[in-house]
Design a binder for this molecule. Structure first.
Ligand code: ZN
Length: 289
C-alpha cells in the first residue's frame, strides 16, 4: 500500500502537472470505488467543470481542493494515479507512451479528462481504491480525516509531542506505528525500516520504551520518511509515480521483504514475524526484545 512517501510523491507531481486545470469529464468501469455520492452520475455532476485549485496530502489521502468541494482519493492496496493520454479499446485503456505500457499501469478503472487534453487515471489492480467528494466544510468531520493522528514530518510535531502520543498507548511498537489514529501515513514498509534504523524490536511493548528509545524512533521516522520522499517512494510492489515510473526506495530497503537475507549492519539473517495478520521484518541481532 502506498504510504506517506509514495502519496507525497504523487501529490507533488499532481501540483506540478495539473494544478489549475479543470475536470471536463469522468469515466469509470468500477463505480463501487466511489463512496460518496454513491450514484456515479451524481458524482460526475459534482466535479465536472470544477477547477483543481491545489492538491494536498493528509495521511495516505490525496485531497484535490476544488472550489467549495474536495475530491478525496485513497489509493489503498494497489492504486496509483497516472497522468497521460490513453485510448479506450475493447474496454481497456491503451497508451503508447513509455512507462505507461508497463502492466502495473494498465489497470485503469477511473479516468478524469482534464482541460489541457491530458488525462488522470487511477490504475488499481485490486480495485480497493476509495474515492469521494465532500463539501469543504465537512472535510474535517469526515471519518477518513478526523481520526488521523499528527503528520510525522510536520515541523510542529516535536519530540515532546511524539512522546505525548505514546504516553497512554498500549501494544507492540510496530502495531502502534502503523495505527493511523496515532501517527498518520506510516504503514508496513516504513514501520519496519524505522524500527531497524532505531534498533528497536517490532514486538517491543510501547510502555517499556525508554526516553532514549523513543528519541531514536522519532529521529529514524523523520530520516527514513524524508529519504524515501527524495527517492520518490518504494516501488517493490505496485506503486508508480504519475509518469508511471518506479520510485527507488526498494533499492536501499534494509529489512522490509528481506527475510533470510543478510543484515547490512551485522550480517545475521533478517527474520519475518506475524503481528496480528501483518508481517514484520527485523534483524534479531540488531533489534533485541
Ligand atoms: Zn543486524
Amino acid at each position: 500500500m502506498p504510504e506517506l512517501p509514495e502519496v507525497e510523491t504523487t501529490v507533488k507531481d499532481l501540483n506540478k502537472k495539473i494544478k489549475g486545470l479543470k475536470i471536463q469529464d469522468v469515466w469509470t468501469d468500477w463505480a463501487k470505488m466511489i463512496k460518496s455520492p454513491k450514484d456515479f452520475n451524481t458524482f460526475k455532476k459534482e466535479i465536472v467543470g470544477e477547477k483543481i485549485k491545489k492538491v494536498e496530502r493528509r495521511g495516505k489521502n490525496i485531497l484535490f481542493r476544488l472550489n467549495s468541494k474536495t475530491l478525496l482519493i485513497h489509493q489503498k492496496l494497489t492504486g496509483h494515479l497516472l497522468i497521460g493520454k490513453w485510448i479506450l479499446k475493447n474496454k481497456e485503456w491503451k497508451s503508447n507512451n513509455g512507462y505507461l505500457k508497463e502492466k502495473v499501469n494498465q489497470y485503469i478503472h477511473l479516468m478524469f479528462y482534464l482541460s489541457n487534453g491530458k488525462m488522470l487515471g487511477l490504475s488499481d489492480l485490486r480495485k480497493f481504491g476509495k474515492v469521494l467528494v465532500v463539501d469543504n466544510k465537512n472535510l474535517e468531520n469526515l471519518e477518513d480525516i478526523k481520526n488521523l493522528g499528527p503528520e510525522p514530518l510536520d515541523k510542529k510535531f516535536t519530540f515532546n509531542k511524539f512522546k505525548e502520543v505514546f504516553k497512554n498507548k498500549r501494544g507492540k511498537i510496530k502495531q502502534v506505528l502503523i495505527n493511523q489514529t496515532v501517527i498518520a501515513g506510516i504503514g508496513n514498509i516504513y514501520s519496519d525500516e524505522i524500527l531497524f534504523e532505531a534498533k528497536i524490536h517490532p514486538l517491543k511493548d510501547v510502555q517499556k520504551l525508554k526516553k532514549d528509545d523513543l528519541k531514536r524512533i522519532y529521529q529514524a521516522m523523520k530520516k527514513i520518511l524524508r529519504r524515501a520522499i527524495v527517492l520518490r517512494g518504494d516501488s517493490m510492489r505496485d506503486y508508480r509515480d504519475t509518469a508511471g515510473k518506479k520510485g527507488r526506495y526498494q533499492e536501499i530497503q534494509k529489512v522490509y521483504q528481506r527475510e533470510g537475507k543478510e543484515c547490512h549492519r551485522c550480517k545475521n539473517k533478517i527474520k519475518r514475524i506475524k503481528i496480528s495478520g501483518r508481517s514484520g521484518h527485523y534483524c534479531p541481532d540488531c533489534q533485541k526484545l
